[in-house]
Structure formats: structure tokens, C-alpha cells
Design a protein around this ligand. Structure first.
Ligand SMILES: Nc1nc2c(c(=O)[nH]1)N(C=O)[C@@H](CNc1ccc(C(=O)N[C@@H](CCC(=O)O)C(=O)O)cc1)CN2
Ligand SMILES: Nc1ncnc2c1ncn2[C@@H]1O[C@H](COP(=O)(O)OP(=O)(O)OP(=O)(O)O)[C@@H](O)[C@H]1O
Length: 209
């Protein structure tokens, strides 16, 4: 006999309702895992070209970005260019509560003590340091056409983006195919993304306030 499962029915099991955020994360992580990245090195350089095609990026004196891990679009070449150019780049350092601290990118990395992502080794500047950035590059599993972002689920960027200065441009870095036509679930704390970049180019979704 089957053991009855009394947990709430997942939205996936109810036809006609949109999938929940956890279900969408599972789907998007599965798609990422099955990606065949044959030219990852070249992709990082193409992605850097796309990001630098954005005028607000070229104009920013401080930008916030992230050090990618294997399954994410590669930000390594972009960060290397910015270091070579002497640009001030802030990278996140995850706190135990998954809120984000920030450090200037000096090129060195270590794995976060909290989650499996690379982090900078420099001095911690505090959670409000992100307010100095005119542009913030954010990781995401997917973004919809309204700029709603599906992140890793820790609420790290929801909290961090609430501390940005007015007019800050938020740019999500995605693999091709991760800008979705179907709307993602949006909650009051979700901060919209203004631009999506992939190796294939730029999609402007809205302007910063
Ligand atoms: N490269 C990178 N750095 C980043 C993020 C990111 O998404 N990518 N973050 C974005 O907020 C913050 C760190 N927060 C993160 C939270 C969870 C996971 C994570 O690995 N999640 C697991 C699933 C965990 C689970 O459900 O058990 C996974 O991806 O498989 C990664 C980063 C800041 N730094
Ligand atoms: N400003 C906030 N302060 C505290 N908790 C928050 C805040 N914003 C969101 N959260 C919580 O964080 C959790 C995850 O939020 P959400 O699903 O939006 O994460 P996400 O944006 O996908 O993840 P991430 O930003 O880490 O990539 C939720 O439980 C949410 O209530």
C-alpha cells in the first residue's frame, strides 16, 4: 500500500497553475547541468564584449559583479579585463545568513565558507558598499520579460539590491535561452533586472528609476 503524502500538493501537480519558484529552480538547474559548453573560454570573452557594449558600464567608476562558477556564464575574462584596466569592481562575499558583504576584486579567489561559489579575498567593506556601484551584474537562473529574476533562492540579491543607489543599472548575466517569455512568479521583495546579457547580446527590459 502507498504511504499517503500529506504535504501540500506542488503546483507542478495542479494543471493550469504556474510552477512554483522551487520547481522552476529545479527545472532551470537541470537545464544548466545538461548544457554542452564546448567553447567556454571563447564565450567568456564574447560575454565581456557584450557587457562592455553597454554605455552605463563603460561610464561607471565602480561596478559590482560576481565571480562565476562552472555552470554559470563565465565572468572570468570580463573581471580580468577590468582588473587590467584598474576599474574598481566589488564582488560578493556570502554571509552565514546568505546576505552579501562586498570586497574589491584583487584577482585572488577562495571558495565561500557558506555556499559553493568563488569569492574575493580582500578586506570586507560591509553590506552597504554596493551603494557605490552604478552598475550591478547579478547571477540568475532565469529572468522574464518584465525583469523578474529567479535566483538561487537565498534572497541574497533581493537584500543586496535593496541597498543600491537610485538609478543603479541591474544587469543579469544569463546563458542563451534563460530569458523567458513565460512570466516568473514575482514577490513584493523582488527587485527588477533592467538588462539581460548573454554571449549572444543585450536585451533591455526597462530603465532604472
Ligand atoms: N557565482 C555566484 N556567486 C554568488 C551567487 C551566485 O548565484 N553565483 N549568489 C547568488 O545569490 C550569492 C551566493 N548565494 C548562493 C546561494 C545558493 C547557491 C547554491 O549553490 N545553491 C545550490 C542549491 C542549494 C540547495 O537547494 O540545496 C545549487 O546551485 O545547486 C549558490 C549561491 C553570492 N555569490
Ligand atoms: N529583504 C529581505 N530580507 C530578508 N529576507 C528576504 C528579503 N528578500 C527576500 N528574502 C527571503 O529570501 C528568500 C528567497 O527569496 P527569493 O526566492 O526571491 O530568492 P532569490 O532572489 O531567487 O535568491 P538569490 O537572490 O539568493 O539569488 C525568501 O524566503 C524571501 O522571503
Amino acid at each position: 500500500m502507498f504511504i499517503t503524502n500529506f504535504s501540500p500538493t506542488s503546483e507542478q501537480d495542479r494543471p493550469g497553475t504556474a510552477p512554483s519558484k522551487p520547481e522552476l529552480r529545479r527545472q532551470r538547474r537541470d537545464v544548466r547541468r545538461s548544457r554542452e559548453d564546448t567553447a567556454a573560454g571563447a564565450d567568456g570573452d564574447r560575454l565581456a564584449d557584450v557587457v562592455e557594449s553597454l554605455a552605463p558600464v563603460r561610464a561607471a567608476s565602480t561596478v559590482a559583479a560576481f565571480a562565476s562558477r562552472g555552470d554559470e556564464p563565465s565572468t572570468g575574462p570580463l573581471l580580468a579585463r577590468w582588473r587590467a584596466a584598474g576599474r574598481r569592481v566589488l564582488l560578493p562575499v556570502v554571509r552565514p545568513d546568505l546576505d552579501l558583504d562586498w570586497a574589491v576584486d584583487g584577482g585572488e579567489r577562495r571558495t565561500s565558507a557558506v555556499v559553493d561559489v568563488p569569492e574575493p579575498t580582500g578586506r570586507l567593506l560591509g553590506a552597504t558598499a554596493i551603494a557605490a556601484a552604478a552598475v550591478v551584474l547579478v547571477p540568475a537562473l532565469a529572468v522574464d520579460r518584465r525583469g523578474t529574476r529567479l535566483g538561487q533562492g537565498g534572497g541574497s540579491y533581493d537584500r543586496a539590491l535593496a541597498r543600491t543607489a537610485p538609478g543603479t543599472l541591474v544587469v543579469a548575466v544569463l546563458h542563451p535561452g534563460e530569458l523567458l517569455d513565460d512570466p516568473l512568479p514575482r514577490e513584493p521583495h523582488d527587485r527588477p533586472v533592467h538588462v539581460v546579457v548573454t554571449v549572444d547580446g543585450v536585451a533591455w527590459l526597462s530603465s532604472p528609476a
